[in-house]
Design a protein around this ligand. Structure first.
Ligand code: ATP
Length: 358
């Protein structure tokens, strides 16, 4: 079992700075949770509190019905994979992987069997005699993972474990960690500031800002139902476009432009008439108009990026520049561009509270 429960967890550092503020979350046994957020949002502080490396200032941390706030790290049955791998440079891969078992005074034969099993799972069987200095970044990463796997802990904690790898290796190791986690079914809390990593790996992601949970949900929920402007802007690349304006009747008016809203959107929005709103629209919702559609806006092309299967057009409309993802292999864009607003996934946020209205 490895069920983790955070009850009103807060962390204030000795200088009074509150790095985590009233954090509540229930993590199910075997779940892969990704904590994601910008630098300084409190991800590592949370991870260190779970590992027992940082004191919890307030609240209860419960592992399988037992409050572990005061439980020393070695008694928590939790394994940590750090960003810098934290391997012992003067010890062979075999000894690094078997270290935690040796500390527990396991028999040599048991250590041998378990190290062989873990190194088989991670594909490092041929590296066991080497020293960490003789390994590539990716190989070190696997050794660090094997060292966690060998213990069969209740919980894996991973703090940006891929950040020292190059882009290609990061992608393949990402898939490998997910496969490993599914196979071992060990509850995992993974920290990253990389939203792609979070989206692709998580069963559930927890988006943090300034030590406060913004939203927790499946990658699909977070992407399609972002609950506030921060989450909407943080998840998705290029990020969601935000357009400031207001509702007048069944139109959304911004600058000298107006969009006609379908009735199912206009009706519930009526209550916000006259209020300052922000319309959110993802780049992939745009298309180029042939001129016959409604809600066509003419803008000036400022820049374009070719991504192979599509173009990202940066189109100036009044004060704003909108990122529009257009599926096209041909570069036929320049000067004035007529873009069309898809209404399937548009969002309205309150400018003042930044909360999602609909
Ligand atoms: P990053 O992605 O940059 O690693 P993070 O989200 O992991 O950031 P934390 O390392 O948890 O962030 O830090 C959260 C906040 O707490 C930051 O503002 C940081 O400056 C602050 N902080 C961290 N350690 C201490 C400390 N020992 N004393 C005071 N403040 C600290």
């Amino acid at each position: 079992m490895g069920k983790l429960l955070f009850k009103n967890i807060s962390k204030a550092y000795p200088n009074g700075f509150c790095a985590v503020n009233n954090f509540n979350l229930e993590i199910q046994d075997g779940e892969f949770i990704v904590l994601v957020g910008p630098s300084g949002c409190g991800k590592s502080t949370l991870l260190r509190m779970i590992a027992g490396l940082e004191k919890i200032s307030d609240g209860d941390l419960v592992l399988d019905d037992k409050v572990i706030n005061k439980c020393p790290p070695v008694e928590r049955d939790i394994a940590v994979v750090f960003q810098d791998y934290a391997l012992y440079g003067n010890m062979s891969v075999y000894d690094n992987v078997g270290m935690s078992l040796r500390v527990r005074h396991e028999k040599d034969t048991v250590i041998y069997d378990k190290v062989k099993e873990a190194s088989g799972i991670l594909g490092i069987g041929s590296l066991l005699k080497r020293l960490p200095g003789q390994l590539s970044g990716g190989q070190k990463q696997r050794v660090a993972l094997a060292r966690s796997v060998v213990r069969k802990p209740k919980v894996f904690l991973m703090d940006e474990p891929l950040s020292n790898l190059d882009a290609k290796l990061r992608t393949s190791t990402r898939a490998e960690i997910v496969r490993l986690q599914r196979e071992l079914k060990v509850t995992t809390v993974y920290v990253t500031h990389d939203q792609t990593e979070a989206m692709t790996m998580a069963d559930r992601m927890v988006v943090l800002k300034d030590g406060i949970i913004q939203q927790a949900g499946t990658p699909n929920e977070i992407y399609y139902e972002p609950c506030n402007l921060f989450v909407a802007g943080f998840i998705g690349a290029p990020q969601m476009n935000f357009i400031e304006g207001r509702v007048e009747g069944s139109r959304f008016v911004f600058g000298s432009h107006a969009l006609f809203l379908p009735q199912k959107i206009a009706d519930p929005l009526k209550q916000y008439s006259g209020r300052e709103l922000i319309l959110g629209i993802r780049p992939e919702q745009f298309s180029i108009s042939n001129g016959e559609d409604i809600n066509v806006i003419a803008g000036e092309l400022e820049n374009k990026e070719f991504l192979g299967n599509c173009y990202i057009l940066y189109v100036r409309i009044g004060e704003s520049v909108l990122a529009c993802q257009i599926e096209s292999k041909e570069d036929s864009f320049g000067g004035q561009v007529n873009i069309r607003f898809g209404m399937e996934h548009i969002y309205f946020y309150d400018k003042e509270t930044t909360e999602l209205l609909m």
